[in-house]
Ligand binder design. Structure first.
Ligand code: G3P
Ligand code: MG
Length: 340
């Protein structure tokens, strides 16, 4: 289909530009854990120009994963997939947080997810200048969660901050938290005390400012290299909300990004548009194809965005459970077949 569509458009000279664009999910489509999935390399090579028409087809990687800067992720994926991928082609769960820098650049924010200070580095690479982690909080007062000892190596990365005098303005769950107990405890402390840790818990009605809570990935499940899907950030959100509701009587209001949200697909559309040449008008895209392994995130989001969607069998979706219900998609077994 891909070759036929390109040949038709080139022959008719209808357009001097690639008629198609692709968005690839990463975990379960291109990667199984740290290793490339079979045929992932070849699928990207076809789009990078290794095709009978010798034309490059624009594509982005659109993942609910994260934990690195887009530069670091592009570098890691380029070496593992042996295909040149640019940081400008990478949309991770937290990439969209760049849109919050104007509002929070000089306000103290809590960055959850990942290990050590990786999320601080990502936040600072976006322009946040007061980005703190739960390791910073534990280094400030380890009794906030008596069941853990911060290691010397983690303490080396901690920033000396007095969180009883540094009000937290927002909590951004950049990536999947590692120690849910610590993160839920600190989130509940920050939100109940209006941002100042060790401060008294303030009744909802008396709180002056609502601290913004943003989750970047709604995935309840995701596919790594374990034979069964793993609990994702959506499961962490469910555990936080269950604890917070038990403590306070209601869930905490939050913003949700990540596939399948419209905000994330709009952001991804803008990212792909920026790869196109000037012959495309503002906001204009070629016919878009999303290739994913998770019907609830990749496929549902693509269909809602008006893109064509292709579901592969190499990730979360288990073909033995039968075709996914009421979400139009074209099923295939692997990513190379999907591209062709
Ligand atoms: O944390 C990663 C996971 O939630 C899903 O990643 O690449 O399948 O969107 P991906
Ligand atoms: Mg996936």
């Amino acid at each position: 289909n891909f070759i036929h569509a390109c040949r038709r458009s080139i022959q008719t000279k209808a357009v001097k530009r690639p008629p198609l664009g692709f968005a690839f999910d990463i975990d379960g489509v291109l990667m199984g854990g740290l290793e490339p999935l079979p045929k992932a390399r070849n699928a990207l090579r076809i789009l990078n120009g290794d095709n009978p028409l010798k034309i490059k087809i624009p594509y982005i990687l659109l993942t609910n994963g994260g934990g690195h800067t887009e530069y670091e992720r592009a570098h890691k994926l380029s070496s593992r997939l042996d295909v040149q991928i640019s940081p400008s082609q990478i949309v991770q769960a937290h990439t969209i947080l760049k849109d919050y820098v104007d509002q929070y650049a000089d306000k103290a924010i809590l960055c959850l997810g990942g290990n050590g200070d990786t999320m601080r580095r990502v936040a600072e690479s976006y322009g946040f200048r007061k980005a703190y982690t739960t390791t910073d909080v534990l280094a400030w007062n380890s009794s906030i969660w008596p069941f853990i000892q911060v290691s010397e190596s983690e303490l080396a990365f901690a920033k000396p901050v007095d969180f009883s005098r540094t009000p937290i303005s927002a909590i951004f769950v950049f990536h999947d938290p590692r120690n849910w107990g610590v993160d839920v405890q600190i989130m509940c402390d920050v939100l109940q005390s209006g941002g100042l840790l060790e401060g008294p818990y303030i009744d909802k009605a008396q709180r002056k400012n609502n601290i913004k809570v943003v989750f970047c990935n709604p995935d309840l499940l995701w596919k790594s290299d374990f034979p069964r899907p793993r609990l994702g950030q959506g499961a962490f959100k469910a555990s936080f909300q269950a604890v917070y509701k038990t403590l306070t009587g209601s869930e905490y209001p939050y913003v949700q990004f990540g596939k399948p949200t419209k905000a994330t697909y709009d952001y991804a559309s803008g990212t792909l548009h920026n790869l196109l040449d000037v012959s495309y008008g503002p906001g204009e895209l070629p016919q878009m194809y999303m290739i994913g392994d998770n019907p609830e995130s990749d496929i549902a989001g693509a269909n809602a965005a008006g893109w064509s969607s292709v579901l592969v069998y190499t990730g979360v979706y288990d073909p033995t459970t039968g075709p996914p219900t009421n979400i139009p998609t074209h099923e295939t077994r692997d990513v190379e077949e999907a591209v062709k």
